[in-house]
Write a protein that binds this ligand. Structure first.
Ligand code: SF4
Length: 530
């Protein structure tokens, strides 16, 4: 049998205009585990494998050698147009292409016109089947395993792919992606991970993985836990980190419900340097904060107290809030969000705009309400645009309030106070750098969008629901993002009306397959630990 030549690409950027710092320093540290796992499986199955990540530094057309039989491309929705362009280039050279990653989970129907296969939930058996006889398809076939993998290739097997990413970065900042579990036991209706049943991957291999990381890349290497909700079985995972005896620095998303004073001390001793708990809303999603019935001001006080306890041990804490949810109305949610910034001044707050990725339990409801906009995929950044018209705020009011919130949380006074109260040099550096680069950057970004609501009639009509197609100015931004690769993007995706029509068809197909939350499987140990 012919030995297949297989490419595996992960797109870590979405635009050729990606700023230097992001291209050279941040992007190489954001690679995921699954594309590396697919590369390992393909090698084990006898293929010749070429792995590459795209950080916007490289020429997309020369990222991989010529003559590949099959190429897997992993992309977030924001990078999907780059993925479509790359797929078109590769197919013109004879390769069969496969889309994976978050865009495949969310918009499989849309991608079917541009790839031969779309891999949603993926495991080794699915990859083995696909590699048997990959073929060009008229419309892409959507493949989906029943559940995700029960185990993943270890760090030693992924090492050369991790090296590839780290060599593109600064070498000072070195982050190795890890995955300890899949899915989440909570049921937040906006979340794409809520429908995925929580499953812990084997814990014992983690110990050797961590030791391997330290031997190969040195002490102080960052370990990025990509679990949607790390440490659900807190004692087991922290126990594995402690047993490894390593001196690494860990970063993770974790529920506030896990952040008791006792757990905070363990996290500090285990050298967790960055935690990102989701607060989301003052009036909803409270079970994962550890007090299901506490809302409004009482929730602010509880969250602030918890965050301040944890920040005494973990230097950089990022909180995630969603603005403009249907449960939000009037001034109160904004005032409460500002209050948290006052009560926990060392925390780095991020504010997300409600976004419908057509893959969460809430997506069907949002679709039925007609409030999901056909935002071009490559602009679908939850910090900047979102794609859901709020129920209780006009676009002008939303942006006015958002600007006020950012201006409060990222005033120079707040930035300097945040830096001063953050414990530890590393935490101070990260908090100051992110506050100036990202936080203050968002003030300028949202002010500019607010100004365009006055000056760009198409944009205003789009946001107010009087226009279905995205404004011409948004399509111009898409073209600028693609730069020399726009000629590879199918023309229909650059036409506002045709893009809107393709989005509508994809959305209608997606709502038919949205799954309910995989509720009720919070492991007992978590309840005991919180
Ligand atoms: S806690 Fe909620 S938002 Fe976080 S991963 Fe789980 S379901 Fe998603």
């Amino acid at each position: 049998m012919k030995r297949l030549k297989v490419g595996v690409v992960e797109l870590l950027a979405h635009s050729v205009t990606t700023p230097f710092l992001r291209r050279r320093v941040i992007a190489p540290e954001t690679a995921s585990v699954m594309p590396q796992a697919v590369a390992v499986w393909a090698e084990e199955l006898g293929c010749e494998v070429h792995y590459a990540v795209w950080t916007a530094e490289e020429d997309l057309r020369r990222l991989l050698p010529d003559g590949l039989d099959l190429v897997f491309i992993s992309a977030f929705t924001r990078a999907s147009f780059v993925a479509y362009a790359l797929s078109r280039h590769l197919r013109s050279g004879g390769a069969v292409t496969v889309l994976g990653g978050p865009h495949a989970q969310s918009f499989a129907e849309h991608a079917r016109d541009y790839f031969d296969y779309i891999c949603q939930t993926t495991d080794r058996a699915l990859i083995a089947d696909l590699l048997q006889a990959p073929e060009r398809q008229e419309r892409g076939l959507v493949l989906c395993a029943d559940e995700g993998p029960s185990s993943l290739p270890g760090v030693a097997q992924r090492a050369r792919f991790i090296d590839h990413c780290l060599q593109k970065g600064t070498r000072v900042l070195r982050l190795v992606p890890m995955l300890g579990s899949l899915g989440c036991p909570y049921t937040c209706s906006f979340c794409v991970d809520a429908p995925v049943r929580w499953r812990g991957l084997p814990v014992d291999p983690i110990i050797e993985d961590l030791r391997h990381i330290e031997r190969r890349w040195g002490e102080d290497t960052l370990v990025g836990w990509h679990d949607p909700n790390f440490g659900v079985r807190f004692d087991e995972y922290l126990g594995a980190i402690e047993d490894s005896g390593t001196h690494l620095v860990h970063c993770a998303h974790m529920s506030l419900s896990l952040m008791s004073a006792q757990n905070a001390r363990r996290l500090g001793r285990a050298r967790f340097g960055l935690l990102a708990p989701g607060v989301e809303s003052w009036f909803d999603f409270s079970d994962k904060s550890g007090r299901a019935r506490v809302v409004g001001e009482a929730k602010v006080l509880h969250v602030a107290e918890t965050l301040n306890v944890i920040q005494a041990e973990v230097q950089h804490i990022q909180t995630n809030m969603i603005v403009g949810l249907d449960t939000d109305q009037g001034e109160l949610p904004w005032e409460l969000t500002q209050r948290l910034a006052e009560l926990s001044p060392g925390i780095y707050p991020t504010y997300f705009l409600a976004t419908n990725f057509y893959n969460a339990p809430l997506s069907r409801e949002l679709h039925a309400s007609g409030r999901t906009m056909a935002m071009p995929f490559s602009l679908l950044d939850t910090n900047c645009f979102g794609n859901v018209r709020p129920l209780h705020y006009s676009p002008v009011e939303l942006y006015d309030r958002l600007i006020e919130l950012y201006a409060f949380a990222y005033s120079w006074k707040a930035v300097l106070r945040r830096t001063r109260v953050t414990p530890g040099g590393w935490g101070k550096l990260v908090n100051f750098g992110r506050s100036v680069d990202e936080g203050r950057g968002f003030i300028a970004f949202h002010r500019s969008l607010r100004a365009r609501l006055e000056s760009d009639r198409e944009l205003r009509a789009f946001y107010e629901g009087e226009r279905v197609a995205p404004p011409t100015s948004f399509m111009d931004e898409v073209k600028a993002q693609l730069g020399p690769y726009q000629e590879l993007l199918p023309a229909e995706l650059l036409s506002p009306e045709r893009y809107a029509e393709s989005f509508r068809a994809a959305a209608e197909a997606a709502v038919r397959t949205i799954r309910a939350p995989a509720a009720g499987s919070v492991p007992k140990e978590r309840a005991a630990a919180s």
